[in-house]
Design a protein around this ligand. Structure first.
Ligand SMILES: NC(=O)c1ccc[n+]([C@@H]2O[C@H](COP(=O)([O-])OP(=O)(O)OC[C@H]3O[C@@H](n4cnc5c(N)ncnc54)[C@H](O)[C@@H]3O)[C@@H](O)[C@H]2O)c1
Ligand SMILES: O=c1ccn([C@@H]2O[C@H](COP(=O)(O)OP(=O)(O)O[C@H]3O[C@H](CO)[C@H](O)[C@H](O)[C@H]3O)[C@@H](O)[C@H]2O)c(=O)[nH]1
Length: 335
C-alpha cells in the first residue's frame, strides 16, 4: 500500500514509555509508521520503548523541547498519552493533577498550534461522566466528573474543542473505559507496581506478589452485587487510535468518542475468569466499597463504530485476562 504525504509524517507519542502508549508505539510500528516518543519516565520505563524508536526524555509541558522535537523529527500528528492516572491520588493532590494533565496539555496544544501540527489524538476517560445513572453511556451523557482526575481530563477536552474552533486544529478525544490486557505477542504490558486496576491486581495475586485480593463491595445494585465495567483490550484500544489517526489524515472532522466494547462484566465475573484461566482458586475476600466507584459503567459504542474504521480483535474477557497473566508472569521472571 502506498502512503499519502500525511502518512509519511512522523507521529509523536507522548507517554509512549507507559502502559497504553507503549502498545500504541507497537501498533504504529507494526504498520510501518515513523514514531518518536516523548516521556519523562515518571511512571514509564525506558525498556518499554522498542529499539529503533527515538525516545526524547523530557516533560510534555516543556515548550522549547516540544518545538525542537517537532521540528527535528518532522512531526505531523500528536498522540497524547502522557499524564497522571491514579484517581485517589488526584483527590489528595488535585493541583498536581491539574498541572500535569491540564496545564501541560495546554503547553502541548499550544506548541502544536505554533508548529502548524493539525492532528491531535487525546487519551480521555470515562471518568468525565462521573456517576451516570443510565446505561449504556453515550457521548451525550452529562459530563459531571466526581474527582480531579476526571476534571483535569475534561478541561483538556474543552481546550481541544476551543482550539479546534479557533485555529483549525483537528482532534479526536477517545474516552477510554477499562483498559486491560497485554500485547498478544508479549512485547509489552502494564509495568507499574503501584497498581489499582482490578485485572493487574488479580495478576499480582496469581503470581504471589500479593497475598489476596479484596473485592470492594458486593452490595451494589447490580446482578451479583459487585461493580460492572466495560473492559477493553489494550491492543484494540491502540488500534482504535490508528483508526482515529487515519480518520484525521483523511480529512475527517474532530470527534469525541467512547472507547469500549459496549458490554459489562462484574468484578466477580472477572475474578471467575482469572480462576478459569489459571485453573486455581484466587485468594480473595469481600471488603468495603471503595470511595467514588460507580456501580456500573458500560460504553455506548454506536458513535465510534459509525465514525471510525475500527474492528476489535480481542473482544473476549478470557483473552484479556490470559494476556495480562502471561505478561505478569514474564515480569516476575525478569526480576
Ligand atoms: N489505564 C487506564 O485504564 C486509562 C483509562 C482512561 C484513560 N487513560 C489515560 O491513558 C493515558 C495513558 O495511561 P497509562 O495507563 O498508559 O498510564 P502510564 O502511567 O503507564 O503512562 C503514562 C506515561 O506518561 C508519562 N508521563 C507522565 N507525566 C508526564 C509528563 N509530564 N511529561 C512526559 N511524560 C509524562 C509517564 O512516564 C508514563 O510513561 C493517560 O493519559 C490516562 O489518563 C488510562
Ligand atoms: O483490588 C481491587 C481493584 C478493583 N476492584 C473493583 O474493580 C472495578 C474496576 O476497578 P479498576 O480500578 O480496575 O477500574 P476503575 O473502573 O476504577 O477505573 C477506570 O475508570 C477510572 C475513572 O472512573 C479511571 O479512568 C481508570 O483509569 C480506569 O481504569 C471497580 O469496581 C473496583 O472497585 C476491586 O474490587 N478490587
Amino acid at each position: 500500500m502506498t502512503m499519502t504525504m500525511s502518512e509519511n509524517a512522523t507521529v509523536l507519542v507522548t507517554g509512549g514509555a507507559g502502559y497504553i502508549g507503549s502498545h500504541m508505539v507497537l501498533a504504529l510500528r507494526d504498520r510501518g509508521r515513523a514514531v518518536v516518543v516523548l516521556d519523562d519516565l515518571s511512571t514509564g520505563r525506558r525498556s518499554a520503548v522498542p529499539d529503533g524508536v527515538p525516545l526524547v526524555e523530557g516533560d510534555v509541558g516543556d515548550k522549547a523541547l516540544l518545538a525542537d522535537t517537532c521540528a527535528r523529527h518532522g512531526i505531523g500528528s500528536v498522540l497524547h498519552f502522557a499524564g497522571s492516572i491514579v484517581v485517589p491520588e488526584s483527590v489528595e493532590r488535585p493541583l498536581a493533577y491539574y498541572r500535569n494533565n491540564t496545564v501541560k496539555s495546554h503547553a502541548l496544544i499550544e506548541a502544536c498550534v505554533e508548529a502548524g501540527i493539525g492532528r491531535f489524538i487525546f487519551s480521555s476517560t470515562a471518568a468525565v461522566y462521573g456517576m451516570p445513572d443510565r446505561l449504556p453511556i453515550d457521548e451525550r451523557t452529562p459530563l459531571m466528573p466526581i474527582n480531579p482526575y476526571g476534571s483535569s481530563k475534561l478541561m483538556t477536552e474543552w481546550m481541544l474543542r476551543d482550539a479546534a474552533a479557533a485555529y483549525g486544529l483537528r482532534y479526536v478525544a477517545l474516552r477510554y473505559f477499562n483498559v486491560a490486557g497485554a500485547d498478544p505477542q508479549g512485547r509489552s504490558g502494564q509495568v507499574s507496581r503501584v497498581a489499582s486496576h482490578l485485572i493487574k491486581i488479580a495478576a499480582q495475586t496469581v503470581t504471589g506478589q500479593r497475598a489476596e485480593l479484596q473485592i470492594y463491595g458486593d452490595d451494589y445494585d447490580t446482578p451479583d452485587g459487585t461493580c460492572v465495567r466495560d473492559y477493553i483490550h489494550v491492543s484494540d484500544l491502540a488500534d482504535a487510535h490508528v483508526a482515529a489517526l487515519r480518520h484525521l489524515e483523511a480529512g475527517g472532522a474532530s470527534e469525541v468518542l467512547n472507547c469500549g466494547y459496549g458490554r459489562g462484566y462484574s468484578v466477580r465475573e472477572v475474578l471467575a475468569m482469572v480462576e478459569r484461566v489459571t485453573g486455581r482458586p484466587l485468594p480473595m475476600r469481600i471488603g468495603p466499597r471503595r470511595a467514588g466507584d460507580p456501580p456500573a459503567l458500560v460504553a455506548g459504542v454506536e458513535r465510534i463504530r459509525r465514525t471510525l474504521d475500527w474492528t476489535p480483535h480481542h473482544d473476549d474477557l478470557e483473552t484479556i485476562v490470559a494476556s495480562a497473566l502471561a505478561w505478569e508472569e514474564r515480569l516476575v521472571k525478569e526480576d
